[in-house]
Design a protein around this ligand. Sequence first.
Ligand code: KG4
Ligand code: ZN
Length: 386
Amino acid sequence: MPDVYILGIESSCDETAAAVVRSGEQLISNVVASQIATHQPYGGVVPELASREHLRAIVPVVRQALAGANRAYDSLDAIAVTQGPGLAGALLVGISYAKALSFALEKPLIAVNHLEGHIHAVLLEERQKGNHELKFPVLALVVSGGHTHLYLATKTGNSWTYENIGHTRDDAAGEAFDKVAKLLGLGYPGGPVIDRLAPHGDPKAVKFPPAQIKHRDRRGRNDGKAISLDDDRPRFDFSYSGIKTAILRYVESHNMGAAVDSRRRALAQASKPKLEDYLANTDKSTLDLVASFQRAMVEDLITRTLAAAEHYRVSTLLVTGGVAANQELRQTFERKGAECGLPVYFPSRPLSTDNAAMIAAAAYPKFLARDFAPMDFSAEAGMVLR
Ligand code: KG4
Ligand code: ZN
């Protein structure tokens, strides 16, 4: 099989990204233009601004990815793009540009699910390290700003399929990091800031009750199928709105409001606050709260994921998505995985958060299976992985 060069394009949320990957196993170039500075003043992603920023960035970002790969447009074998899930307007920018390139270059177009992309970020880097032998059954935890989903992944020939066996009932884990950071006056995005501050606090200072999931999921399974009464496959769901509310109550009952406001104002003055700026504006009790919150999140994610891994007797665990960049999560997963003899793989930290290398990597098996997208395919904001 000759080498296959795929250009990946990703624009589902607040990163405009393009990458060239060879045969699903070698990252040739990877460009990510972050919109953090645009959304920071609003404390979260503003969809209209995201679309506008994607429009500005898409052409130079793709050009830079090709220049970095030292490849001409007509030497590409296919163009892959994120179809969903994500912000509809943001997705459309990447999709329209990918269609234009595919049409002009007469190269096949491949539509990729963003969540499948996150899973293939791990596979790409493992192949790059020479690890081609993945032991099945494989369980993947996709933990990001929009998702906290567990999938059993199966490969038949060149085709991958996924069964959802757990998902969050309310907030995604990354969303909880972002909301907690926001309500503590630490800005956006919250995950990276909490990750850096947590080692400076006492993780045992504040106790949070474990999330209770009592009722069956009335929304149905996350693979689009309704739960029937005879569907007794156990599910391993998550819930993170309770811990967010507990933090809010803690801040109120400990009269931390004034400190939060002054921290928010102080950090807004710095365009790119450094760790010293955060530490200078964060008192001991807030650092303890941050460390305790992160510890509770990490323990909950790991306990539920390892319970699912044990139940389904999986041989490999993949942990991916923005929250997989978290240091404490990575270290604890590795330690607990080793204790129960389960190999745990993560993407490198740059490939944990949104990027286009994962889209180009996930497109490779589809290229082999000639699973190409028609020119009239559209964005699917709520796209399900199956
Ligand atoms: O995968 P991603 O880049 O975008 C989505 O698909 O959502 O994930 C972004 C999420 C945000 O909620 C961000 O706060 C979180 O991942 N995140 C982290 C870390 N880096 C990013 N959460 C915890 N620790 C981190 N180091
Ligand atoms: Zn993502």
